[in-house]
Design a protein around this ligand. Structure first.
Ligand SMILES: [Zn+2]
Ligand SMILES: [Zn+2]
Length: 337
């Protein structure tokens, strides 16, 4: 079914394209002009001619790809700027530090591209701001009625209880480098965990950047101890990217408890498959109630689904008599580093 909104946004192989503005949003391939919602690698790629994004997302891209990640940078803010006649503004998405929804306005039509987003308070980033629109573009990572994320504080309480029960076993918690790692650390701090937290070297720069941006991560120590030092630790919590569990780095820890903080940990088979003893269901994405609740709240004329599971959401839209359309954009991952 053709949509009246295709004059403003249209899916192309490179990504979502705005014809009047002549720019892409979160393109998967290098383009002349890109607007970027957030710093996760599948949304923020290097090599574009020009990038407009929040200051924090621009900083994060520079940390990950180097200062020359794009030909030109432009800061996107809540104050709209005109790009070829399209008003463009950026509004917090509550997903990771710097993450924004991008609002476009052209010829009286308002569209919001939410990127990835979450409605649950996250001490490591600004909260999602509902932005009224005619067209809302949503992800669908956890878009099945079975996905209902537990309270993050309850998951962190499980981690702390396990550390107290097994003080001699170091607890190695897998968490993606941008967002999840810092959120787990902040949740521990909020739960009163004041002791040093050990972090894998791959997380250091992004942790430092969060601290610079006013996210008080507390006493972090590099997880570079040798085997003897590691053995002497009691009640040690070590945060690392999940990929490090397959590297020689992990061998310095004797009899560790392997944990993993991810929305996917709600699926027990996934936890088992990854050899995870302590699954922590902590997600930076909306679950089913928050996703459908957001669409009801914004009540757009139409909503489009960028990536993830769209079949249940399409069925829900039909039952609610809402206009919806799956875009089947390829190239976005389920939960990237
Ligand atoms: Zn993301
Ligand atoms: Zn994504």
């Amino acid at each position: 079914m053709p949509s009246a909104f295709e004059d403003l946004l249209i899916p192309r192989p490179e990504g979502l394209y705005c014809p009047p503005g002549e720019f892409y949003i979160d393109p998967m391939q290098p383009v002349a002009r890109a607007m970027v919602t957030h710093g996760h690698a599948d949304h923020a790629r290097s090599g574009h001619g020009a990038v407009m994004a929040s200051t924090q997302t621009l900083d994060i891209m520079a940390i990950r790809y180097g200062e020359d990640f794009a030909g030109e940078r432009q800061e996107g803010t809540a104050d709209p700027v005109e790009v070829n006649g399209v008003k463009v503004s950026f509004h917090p998405a509550g997903h990771v530090l710097g993450s924004c929804q991008i609002r476009l306005e052209h010829g009286g039509t308002r569209a919001v591209v939410s990127g990835d987003y979450s409605r649950v308070a996250n001490p490591a980033c600004a909260p999602f701001e509902p932005v009224p629109c005619d067209l809302f573009i949503t992800e669908a990572t956890f878009a099945l009625p079975v996905f209902k994320h537990p309270k993050p504080s309850d998951e962190i309480a499980k981690l702390i209880a396990s550390v107290r029960n097994f003080p001699d076993r170091p607890h190695l918690i897998g968490a993606y480098a941008l967002g999840k790692a810092q959120r787990v650390i902040m949740l521990l701090r909020e739960a009163g965990w004041d002791a040093p937290i050990y972090v894998h070297g791959a997380l250091q720069r992004l942790c430092d950047y969060h601290i610079e941006q006013g996210v008080p991560l507390g006493d972090l120590r590099p997880a570079t101890m040798d085997k003897a030092e590691a053995k002497g630790l009691r009640e040690a919590i070590v945060i690392s990217p999940p990929s490090a569990f397959a590297s020689p780095w992990v061998q310095r820890f004797v009899d560790p408890v392997i944990g993993f903080a991810s929305g996917w940990m709600q699926i027990r088979a996934r936890a088992r498959q990854r050899g995870v003893e302590l699954p922590l269901v902590i997600s930076d994405h909306v679950d089913w109630p928050d996703l459908t609740g957001t669409i009801r709240e914004l009540n757009p004329t139409e909503f489009w689904i960028t990536h993830g599971r769209d079949d249940a959401l399409m069925r829900w839209a039909e039952l609610e008599q809402r206009r919806a359309r799956p875009l089947h954009l390829v190239g976005y991952e389920e939960e990237p580093e």
